[in-house]
Design a protein around this ligand. Structure first.
Ligand code: GSH
Length: 307
């Protein structure tokens, strides 16, 4: 899927909004609507019109739009975090008929692939997934190594653009397809999100590595008792840092609202709860896990029984 032109409309206070899609523009597009307190009317060429109920809440509906110039458009509505009403809308072109959809290469059991899958769910981004990695197609094949010389999943192919490294992929997808709410553009807000994403990939990941390989993967190369103990102690120490952060925000890792950082961190918390060892009790982490479990994307790809 490739991004095309964007139309953006803000309408903070009007009670009836008219959005003109560029015409002739729509063919088999989808109108993706979330909840709204104001009626919204979309008009396009050919004419598209649609109204949301005044008191609609947390609804998500798709409507096909037919057009005639080979382009698809996806209007999106965003809600104001303060009022809960629609405050912003953008329409984005889908690829032309016959263009490739986003491809994700990697097995669904991989924590790094699951970061990408959950991000797509948060973005309502359609994708095709192919099974690559141990147990499936080999990442050591010439075909795969040409995409990622590290022989690791995930890899994405977005049209003619190939990218590896899970955290770079989720940043790319939210930058290209998001509306700024998951991955803010403002420098300090973005840096705060990046800080936790990088912390997960470096310190936290390194801390759990030996214990996870031993206790979950049952690797014969990871059975040294002292090394397991040391890894568990270090992992717990980092989780206490996370617990203190969550006590401060009272919500999510980078602040009071869900952000891109919650995807790698949420998957890590899921791993913490699914690894069999004596964990210290961390109240804020437990509350956070419950909060994340209300999100459909996390239920599908995070808290789905896999460590
Ligand atoms: N830093 C990489 C690490 C990727 C990674 O470790 N992938 C594992 C699966 S979680 C892998 O590809 N293992 C080899 C295999 O399954 O064949 C990323 O974040 O994308």
């Amino acid at each position: 899927m490739t991004a095309g032109r964007r139309l953006c409309h803000s309408f903070p206070s009007s009670s009836l909004c008219h959005i003109a899609l560029p015409g002739p523009a729509c063919t088999k597009g989808a109108l993706l609507m979330r909840s709204a307190h104001h009626p919204i009317q979309l008009t396009g060429s050919p004419k598209v019109s649609w109204c949301l109920p005044r008191h609609g809440r947390a609804k998500q509906r798709r409507h096909d739009v037919d057009g005639d110039d080979g382009q698809k458009w996806v209007p999106r509505l965003s809600l104001s975090p303060l009022t809960g009403t629609v405050c912003f809308m953008e329409a984005r072109s889908f690829p032309r008929e016959g263009e490739a959809m986003l491809r994700i290469l990697g097995k669904a059991s991989s924590i790094n692939v699951r970061k990408v899958l959950w991000t797509c769910a948060e973005l309502d981004l359609p994708f095709e997934r192919e099974e690559w990695g141990s147990g499936f197609q080999s990442t050591r094949s010439a075909e795969f190594l040409a995409l990622n010389p590290n022989a690791m999943v995930p890899v994405i192919r977005d049209g003619d653009f190939t990218l590896w490294e899970s955290n770079s992929i989720i940043r790319y997808l939210t930058t290209r397809y998001g509306d700024g709410s998951l991955y803010p553009a403002e420098a300090r807000a973005r840096a705060r999100v990046d800080q936790w994403i990088d912390w997960q990939a470096s310190d936290l990941n390194r801390a759990w590595s030996y214990a996870f390989m031993s206790l979950v993967r049952l690797s014969s190369a990871h059975q040294d008792r002292q090394a397991i103990e040391a890894s568990c102690v270090e992992w717990s120490r980092y989780m206490q840092i996370l617990d203190r952060q969550l006590e401060v925000t009272g919500g999510y890792v980078a602040g009071s609202r869900f952000s891109l950082a919650d995807i790698p961190i949420g998957l890590s918390v899921n791993r913490w709860f699914h690894t069999p060892f004596e964990r210290p009790s961390l109240a804020a982490v437990s509350d956070y896990y419950a909060r994340l479990s209300e999100r459909p994307g996390f239920c599908l790809y995070g808290n789905n029984g896999m460590p």
